[in-house]
Design a protein around this ligand. Structure first.
Ligand code: WT7
Length: 651
């Protein structure tokens, strides 16, 4: 097979990872399969610092999540920050824990494990003084500054539950999340900074909290020093509050299954769900996968350029790397500031060995040409990762050949907010790769493909990707709504966790993720629900009805296509002006990252006689394949389809 890349030959002397060959992978995967309890108890005991080590392993199965939630290590007690901080303060106190690169190239801060420990303790002391107690919820609404990680870990130090809200979200989206989780405190900063543009985080926070009485305090980190509104009694300055605290604060011991954080994510229907991740199972999974997939070594300089507002930032900037005692980069800027060479400039200056980004960034950078890459020394690189969306083979090859000079392992890691960590992926030193394939499941992951009739696909074939057994990092519930958790993930195919993705398996057992099969969009790796867009659109005066679907986009992976039915009084509106208005609406309701690419005014949406919108038709037209519409005879008004096809928009 020509399109097959063998893992680069390497010295394994300083690697701690137990999987170094495909044979290792087979053996370890089988061990996790045959005795999950023993396997994960062994892994967690050597990876985490426990106050009372667990004797119970993984409990629960996917047939009974309604009655019996998944549990892992449930009789153990710990505070996970001891695994991330205190332990490393003994073993590697001066090693850089967080390597921060600010918006301007070379604006660098380094926090050693000892310094990070002290800052987290001070921040935890400040939170405690502001009344935050174990189990209470704290929203973190920040940009990419070390203080965002410090805020998360300060919550964890107290056993409080953090919920990070991506800094691009609007006031309305922030308010929804504050309410849904019942937050008592919000941590934010004056402004964010990205590509020399400021993001008014505090002002947005003020708007979100108008009339919200549950939030007792807002802790404000000064990033730019801009003047911001101040509510006396409520608002507290981060630096002042921390200065008053001691650099050492005993960790509050928690149960293994206590919630560590809530992270909101979009689904097919309704409002975003607050997925709940547990303390010990999640951290064990994040640390294990981080070490094994990337073949982590003690002297690595590890860089994941995601945002802490998403699960990738939680698991692979903060929790996994710090648990593993790694040096982890936090990057405040964008891949294009000041130009398309920024990532490779950082690789050169910091000697980055493992680099992890999203296909959308790779495509955008490849489009700018190779010169931006070749300008910098990339000889330190050993492993290149991608995550967030399917990667097209051309982008994969560019990453491998140009960025990695053909020397580096490329790991296309498939996972989700729900899985807590990487689930299907090559293991850098072990797995032969194919451009576009996420290849094989990690130990603990048992993928199953189901066809339209819910029959298991045996051998090569295509189907809906399900996972048949629990693993330590699976989200345990939806905050405040366990029924929604059960119905979203375990009711489509009883007995299985349904991922929402389609997948093909080839003759070698390799997995090729084909993308979402539900009404979830993935735009530049950002997960958004079509229902959220539709709600934002119909909230506008001019719009009576809206149907939103995705379509293939050369850079973003998916673009957003909106079909709108105007209110009678808005008749005659022109589409260009409408596009501007709908995007202002989406920005206000969802956030700056929610943009519609194409809008088409239609006389009506294609509906069945029972009134259900036939989204398949909307999708086919948006994809530019109206010849594949199929049977439209069950429609209430077939003429609507003709109008939709005739007026279809293209980029
Ligand atoms: C959805 C989950 C996992 C962290 C970032 C996204 C898509 C993710 C891949 C990949 C193909 C992928 C899936 C998945 N996805 N990684 N390597 N290949 N698709 O987390 O926001 O929860 O989104 O992202 O469609 O279901 P998320």
């Amino acid at each position: 097979m020509s399109d097959r890349y063998l893992p680069p030959a390497r010295v394994r002397a300083d690697s701690a990872s137990p999987i170094q060959s495909l044979d290792d992978w087979r053996r370890v995967w089988m061990a996790a399969q045959q005795d999950p309890d023993a396997f994960w108890l062994h892994e967690t005991r050597r990876r985490l610092r426990w106050q009372r080590p667990p004797t119970e392993g993984l409990v629960g199965n996917f047939s009974d999540v309604a009655q019996q939630p998944i549990r892992c290590f449930a009789d153990g007690r710990l505070n996970i920050t001891e695994s991330l901080l205190d332990r490393h303060c003994e073993q590697r106190p001066d090693k850089t824990a967080i390597l921060w690169e600010g918006d301007e190239p070379g604006d660098v801060r380094r926090l050693s494990y000892a310094e990070l420990h002290a800052e987290v303790c001070r921040a935890a002391g400040a939170l405690r003084r502001l009344g935050v107690q174990k189990g209470e919820r704290v929203i973190v609404y920040m940009g990419m500054v070390p203080e965002a990680a410090i805020a998360m870990l300060a919550c964890a130090r107290l056993g409080a539950v953090h919920s990070v809200v991506f800094g691009g979200f609007s006031a309305e989206a922030l308010r929804d999340r504050v309410r849904d989780c019942g937050a008592v405190l919000v941590i934010t900063q004056d402004e964010g900074l990205r590509g020399r543009r400021t993001v008014p985080l505090k002002a947005t926070c003020d708007e979100a909290l108008e009339g919200e009485h549950g939030v007792r305090h807002v802790l404000v980190y000064r990033r730019t020093g801009a003047a911001v509104g101040w509510t006396p009694g409520r608002d507290v300055d981060w630096a002042e509050a921390l200065a008053a605290e001691a650099p050492d604060l005993p960790a509050v011991i928690c149960e293994a299954e206590d919630p560590l954080f809530i992270l909101y994510t979009s689904g097919s229907t309704g409002r975003p769900k607050g997925l709940v991740h547990s303390c010990a199972g999640y951290l064990t999974w994040a640390a294990y996968t981080h070490e094994v997939v990337f073949d982590l070594r003690e002297n690595d300089v590890y860089a994941c350029v995601a945002d802490v507002g998403w699960i990738t930032g939680h698991s692979y900037i903060v929790y996994g790397p710090l648990c593993n005692g790694a040096t982890t980069l936090m990057f405040e800027s964008t891949p294009l500031h000041p130009d398309a060479g920024r990532y490779w400039d950082m690789v050169d200056r910091h000697g980055i060995t493992i680099f992890y980004t999203a296909p959308t960034a790779i495509r955008a950078l490849a489009a700018q040409g190779d010169a931006f890459v070749r300008r910098y020394d990339r000889s330190s690189l050993r492993v290149l990762g991608t995550v967030g969306e399917p990667i097209n083979p051309d982008a994969w090859r560019w990453y491998h050949d140009v960025v990695g000079e053909g020397r580096c392992a490329v790991v296309d890691t498939w996972w989700q907010t729900e899985t807590g960590g990487i689930a299907i992926t090559p293991i850098a030193p072990a797995t032969p790769t194919r451009p576009g394939s996420a290849t094989l499941p990690n130990p603990g992951i048992v993928p199953v493909l189901l066809d339209a009739d819910a029959r298991v696909v045996v051998g090569p074939g295509e189907g809906r990707l399900c996972l048949s057994q629990p693993w330590p990092g699976i989200a345990r519930t939806v905050w405040g709504d366990h029924d929604r958790y059960v119905s979203t993930y375990f009711s489509t195919f009883p007995g299985y966790y349904f991922t929402g993705d389609g997948c093909r398996r080839d003759g070698d057992g390799y997995h090729w993720i084909t993308g979402r099969v539900d009404d979830v969009l993935n735009v530049s790796g950002h997960r958004m629900g079509t229902a959220e867009f539709e709600a934002a659109l119909v909230s506008l005066d001019a719009i009576a009805e809206a149907g939103v679907v995705g379509f293939p986009h050369p850079i973003k992976g998916q673009g957003v296509y909106a079909y709108v039915v105007l209110q009678p009084e808005a008749a005659g509106a022109d589409e260009a002006a409408l596009l501007k208005a709908v995007n202002e609406g989406c920005r206000a309701v969802i956030g700056a990252h929610a943009r519609i690419d194409l809008v088409q005014i239609v006389p009506g949406l294609p509906k069945t006689r029972s009134g259900k919108v036939m989204r398949r038709i909307l999708r086919k037209v948006a994809e530019g394949a109206p010849e594949q519409l199929g049977d439209v005879s069950t429609l209430a008004d077939p003429e609507v389809v003709a109008a939709i096809v005739a007026g279809a928009r293209r980029l």
